[in-house]
Design a protein around this ligand. Structure first.
Ligand code: IPM
Ligand code: MG
Length: 358
């Protein structure tokens, strides 16, 4: 049966990097059908909405979505519902993509790219499991209202709501425990249970679910401490599970530990393994259209797609091996370039990956 893949390049460098990932996917010789649609600012310009119904339908009817990036300063003044970011939030919600897997791996060839000392980060291999469809990101009510009593009575007040239902915590807990089982069997749940009711509830459910995974060692950490430990001794972590907001922040921090956010893929999955795959970095409008962006995070995202949504782990291995091979050859895009390496463009990196595919 042919796999349907929706390709949503989006804005900025999203266009160039997905182009390279599509070349790689096509070269594998699989029975796949690729359909491209606009998303983000590009879709707003064409259809007046960052996630037009036609794009959403295509995404819903595909096994997997290859997503580039969205966003550009020129949309910053639009009402929130029309901003490019709403496309990714809308896709996550509409497809129930609650499980976000964000690996932070330091490639040995890029050991000097990190701003931390090599001994602190060498061999770093962390997986952040971020809950993606709940928390303060989607909690209602939210908005701006008039304060009714107290010292700020009569003033305007911005507000959001943080909450997690038991099902939401349980299902992300299972994803995280199962990921930990396949790795070093250590899971750290990050919360703010010393202050937030939502977090205490999260922690209580994590402990309950842990009973089903006696082989995994569960620990808990407050998010402020986790932010600190991530830069102090990141290798103490293996799998981290956390909520949507904390996961947003910590996954950027973890990505930067590797010094090469241009290398990091991510997967967002629902209960039926339908998934959205995107690089961890953004649309980088400042370098868009120059053929200098690093396509490897997107190419590695397509490997995650093969592994998690298309059940083609062997093909995923092929892509990952090709990435290792081009790094070994000393090929580097500008973001990971260092003296002595060979600087290549976005499309040249794509060419090299195609050549390295075994
Ligand atoms: C991310 C991004 C998004 C988020 C934005 C673009 C809405 O920062 O995927 O981490 O906050 O989740
Ligand atoms: Mg983020």
């Amino acid at each position: 049966m042919s796999h349907k893949i929706a390709v949503l390049p989006g804005d900025g460098i999203g266009v160039e990097i997905t182009e390279q990932a599509v070349r790689v996917l096509t070269a594998l010789g699989l029975d796949i059908e690729l359909n491209t649609a606009p998303v983000g600012g590009a879709a707003y310009d064409l259809h007046g909405h960052p996630l037009p119904p036609s794009t959403l339908e295509l995404a819903k009817n595909s096994s997997a979505i290859l997503f580039g990036a969205v966003g550009d300063w020129k949309y910053d003044k639009l009402a929130r519902e029309f901003r490019p970011e709403q496309a990714i939030l809308g896709l996550r919600k509409a497809l129930s993509l609650f499980a976000n897997l964000r690996p932070a791996i330091l490639y040995p060839q890029l050991a000097n790219a990190s701003s931390l000392k090599p001994e602190v980060v060498s061999g770093l291999d962390i997986l952040i499991v971020r809950e993606l469809t709940g928390d303060i990101y989607f909690g209602q009510p939210r908005g701006v209202r008039e304060v009714e009593s107290g010292p700020y009575k009569g003033e305007r007040q911005g507000y959001d709501t943080m909450h997690y239902a038991e099902t939401e915590v349980r299902r992300i807990a299972h994803v995280a425990f199962q990921a930990a089982q396949k790795r070093s069997k250590k899971l750290c749940s990050v919360d703010k249970a010393n202050v937030l009711e939502t977090s205490q509830f999260w922690r209580d459910i994590m402990i309950t679910v842990a009973a089903e995974y006696p082989d995994v060692e569960l620990s808990h950490m407050y998010v402020d401490n986790a932010a600190m430990q991530l830069v102090r001794a990141p290798k103490e972590f293996d799998v981290i599970v956390t909520g949507n907001l904390f996961g947003d922040i910590l996954s950027d921090e973890a990505a930067m530990l590797t010094g090469s956010i241009g290398m990091l893929p991510s997967a967002s999955l629902n209960a039926s393994n339908q998934g959205l795959y995107e690089p961890s970095h953004g649309s980088a409008p400042d370098i868009a259209g120059q053929n200098i962006a690093n396509p490897l995070a997107t190419i590695l995202s397509s490997a995650m797609m093969l592994r998690y949504s298309l059940q083609e782990a062997g093909q995923a291995d092929r892509i990952e091996a090709a990435v290792q091979a081009v790094l070994e050859q000393g090929l580097r895009t500008a973001d990971i370039y260092e003296a002595g390496a060979t600087k290549v463009s976005t499309s040249e990196m794509g060419d090299a990956i195609l050549k390295a595919l075994k």
